[in-house]
Design a binder for this molecule. Structure first.
Ligand code: DGL
Length: 348
């Protein structure tokens, strides 16, 4: 993967104002950088086409709220986001946030995996400075494209005092969501990002953030995870549970060398008769197994639908399967002790 670092330091920003915060925009692609054939194309467009300088130039109002500079770190549709992208992004963010002339960071990103990148960064960014991830549900060429206002709000949020220490934030549709609970709930509507039961953290209104909640879980500067010396992450995959489930995918992942497996079971992480022995065998091969749920909300209770103590499984608490995969991956960079890993699922 080639990293494109076309960067300017904050001091290079023309007419930089000492009164305004210095916000760096790291562009990765997605619909916010997408183009459609016509102004009414809102599906079937091409993501990851417009560069960071054009994104910034399209919102001249940014100059009134922050000293903004941009870097094109990569240019991809986010369904293709990989561990190597995450490691490069996290290292770049931690380098920038250690600089006194950077007050906050905005990441422009595709919405398909924005919740995963947000949660990964929530666990590995080593600063209390704001990190805000922003996307769009309509391409930049569409009538009423949402990217420009989302980017404007994200830059204000990233430069705000209120966002300091709140963890990684997802900014779309005037709503501020926390990385741990936010998820994409609709394939195409503007209000797709929600934290259905645990709720959003606040709103952007009248050019400033209004916070009403904060996460109760560890994140960013309080996190024990450090990727600074890592060049790869442990192999962890998710298997989706359903009626008539079988063990084929579990056995294939186990044979492929996975170090961890997340099972997205129906209900409270229930294990079908054909699935339980396969996961138990995977555990006996040293693979750490996390019981999660495809349901999306609620706690997966330890020793509820399965005897986790006896099987030596971990439960995901309220993390959805794709986020449980991220936490398990990072946990495995520190330990294979399932009690320690279970503690991490209750801490983060
Ligand atoms: N390909 C999708 C992505 O890059 C487009 C969705 C979007 O960014 O809104 O995530």
């Amino acid at each position: 993967m080639q990293l494109l670092l076309l960067s300017a330091c904050a001091a290079d920003v023309p007419n930089a104002s000492a009164k305004l915060p210095n916000v760096r925009i790291l562009a990765t692609g997605g619909t916010i950088a997408g183009t459609g054939a016509t102004s009414t194309t809102t599906v079937g467009y091409t993501a990851a086409k417009v560069g960071v300088d054009a994104l910034i130039a399209a919102v001249p109002e940014l100059k009134k709220v922050a000293n903004v500079s941009g870097e094109q770190v990569f240019q991809i549709a986010s369904e293709s986001m990989g561990n190597e992208h995450w490691l490069a992004l996290a290292k770049r963010i931690n380098t920038l946030l250690a600089q006194p002339d950077v007050d906050g960071i905005v990441i422009t990103h595709g919405t398909d995996t924005i919740e995963e990148t947000a949660y990964f960064l929530n666990l590995v960014v080593k600063s209390r400075k704001p990190v805000v991830i922003v996307g769009a549900m309509r391409p930049s060429t569409a009538i009423s494209a949402d990217g420009p206002i989302n980017l404007y709000n994200a830059v204000i949020l990233a430069g705000s005092r209120e966002a300091v220490g709140k963890g990684v934030l997802v900014m779309l549709n005037d709503q501020i969501n926390g990385a741990r609970e936010v998820t994409k709930t609709n394939t195409s509507t503007l209000d797709t990002f929600k934290a259905p039961e645990l709720g959003l953290l606040g709103y952007m209104q009248d050019n400033r953030p209004h916070f009403y909640r904060a996460s109760t879980r560890r994140h960013t500067a309080e996190s024990e995870f450090d990727v600074s010396a890592l060049t790869k992450l442990p192999a962890v995959d998710v298997v989706y549970g359903h009626a008539n489930a079988n063990r084929v995918a579990i056995d294939a992942y186990a044979a492929s060398g996975d170090q961890g497996l997340v099972y997205a079971g129906p209900g409270d992480g229930s294990l079908a008769a054909a699935v339980r022995p396969a996961l138990s065998e995977a555990r006996r091969r040293g693979i750490v197994v996390v019981r999660s749920s495809r349901v999306g909300q609620g706690i997966v209770a330890r020793n509820g639908e399965a005897n986790d103590d006896e099987l030596d499984f971990v439960v995901s608490d309220t993390l959805n399967p794709q986020k449980a995969r991220i936490l398990l991956m990072l946990a495995l960079t520190r330990t294979t002790d399932t009690r320690e890993i279970q503690r991490m699922f209750y801490d983060y």
